[in-house]
Design a protein around this ligand. Structure first.
Ligand SMILES: NC(=O)C1=CN([C@@H]2O[C@H](COP(=O)(O)OP(=O)(O)OC[C@H]3O[C@@H](n4cnc5c(N)ncnc54)[C@H](OP(=O)(O)O)[C@@H]3O)[C@@H](O)[C@H]2O)C=CC1
Ligand SMILES: CC(=O)N[C@@H](CCC(=O)OP(=O)(O)O)C(=O)O
Length: 344
């Protein structure tokens, strides 16, 4: 099986390359780059200079010839335009962007403020939250890999919604992301002096992950869900921590919540439940595909606090994309993803 990475010089692209080059079953067929075609990979990324690949331009026929699976690690708008060409040629597409996650062109246009992908492919795409939609991923030709914040948040909240342990409104999501979550592109807001020793919220009320969160929260709870989502940027390279605050349904105890999480995640290789009284830390998942999950049921206020951490580039992007590739190809779900988190 040969994989092609489109958007190779971005953070998601180089993380995919890191995982695929160490994968026991997959092989890299080509690395495509819109900005650096013709350059050796090592010129853009000296840490990978021993991989003797030359970055290639977007040549649909050439890519289709060499690739069985095409990964898009590109900004919104790119896969929406190009993925159908590969899908029509029988290729499997795994898209890291938001172009195929929402299932509805009007919602996409409203939150991403750009032209949506063809509606027939939007509707056919399978949402790649591996632990929840693995059965569909195993049959999919187009996999819409989840956003980084939704991955952490939905893993924390879907079991509670599905089992009816929490009220569907208000659902408050307060999340923090490391700077690599914003990609490698240059911008003033990502300069060292702007980010270092700083902590700030952004896109309150307008973040594009809001409809993605609500879509799958509603699908699992069977009720309308409105989510108040506040993302923050923190001065770290990698990592997301999300806190979800929800009102517990009357009579719900800490034992109920613990049993609920255990029943959903006992046999999943990448979701690790914290013991009672311990809470997740981003450093415990850095460089890995794990999601660590902890919770507290506060009887005084009747609130459930669920806390999830992931590495945004791994479980939040390239790691989950490879997990989905494994599921789709019928390989062990953990293939190429077995490394311990980096510590310290
Ligand atoms: N960073 C993260 O933690 C996460 C990112 N995502 C999503 O994954 C995708 C990639 O993110 P990330 O790697 O961080 O972003 P980056 O900005 O780091 O990289 C995106 C890459 O896409 C390519 N690209 C840019 N513009 C175009 C264009 N017009 N046409 C074709 N290719 C283009 C470039 O690579 P080249 O010049 O080589 O073509 C660029 O380096 C995005 O959609 C992002 O939202 C999802 C979850 C988490
Ligand atoms: C820190 C930071 O800026 N993170 C990005 C996450 C990007 C992302 O995953 O967006 P897509 O929906 O396009 O995939 C953001 O908040 O927009």
């Amino acid at each position: 099986m040969k994989a092609v990475v489109i958007g190779s010089t971005g953070y998601g692209g180089i993380e995919l390359i890191r995982l695929l080059q160490g994968h026991p079953n997959a092989e890299i067929g080509a690395m495509v780059s819109s900005s650096s075609a013709g350059k050796p990979l090592g010129e853009v990324y000296p840490h990978a200079a021993h991989l003797t690949f030359t970055l290639e331009e977007m040549d649909v026929d050439g890519i289709a010839e060499v690739g069985d699976v095409i990964f898009f690690a590109t900004p919104p708008g790119v896969s929406g335009k190009w993925a159908p060409t590969f899908l029509e040629r029988g290729k499997i597409v795994i898209d890291l962007s938001g172009d195929f996650r929402l299932g509805n062109p009007d919602t996409y246009q409203q939150w991403y403020q750009r032209e949506p992908a063809p509606v027939e492919w939007m509707e056919r795409a399978v949402y790649g939250l591996s632990e929840w939609y693995g059965e569909q991923v195993a049959q999919a030709t187009l996999i819409a890999n989840p956003g980084c914040y939704p991955t952490a948040t939905l893993l924390a909240v879907l079991p509670l919604l599905k089992e009816g342990l929490i009220q569907t409104s208000p659902l408050v999501v307060d999340a923090k992301s490391g700077v690599s979550g914003a990609g490698r592109g240059l911008s003033e807001s990502k300069l060292y002096c702007e980010v270092n020793e700083n902590l700030y919220p952004y896109k309150i009320g307008v973040h594009q992950h809001t409809p993605e969160l609500e879509r799958f929260a509603e699908a699992e709870s069977g009720e309308p869900v409105k989510i108040l989502f506040t993302p923050h940027l923190i001065p770290m390279n990698r990592g997301i921590l999300t806190n979800v605050y929800a009102q517990a349904k009357p009579g719900v105890t800490g034992h109920d919540v613990a049993d609920c999480y255990r029943s959903y995640y006992e046999n999943t290789p990448f979701v690790r439940l914290k013991p009672e009284g311990e809470w997740p830390q981003t450093k415990h998942v850095r460089g890995s595909n794990y999601c660590d999950l902890g919770w507290h049921v506060d009887e005084r206020t009747g609130t459930v606090t669920a806390v999830a951490v992931i590495d945004n580039l791994m479980k939040g992007a390239a790691g989950q994309a490879v997990q989905n590739l494994n599921i789709r190809m019928g390989w062990p779900e953990t293939a190429g993803l077995e490394g311990l988190p980096l510590y310290p």
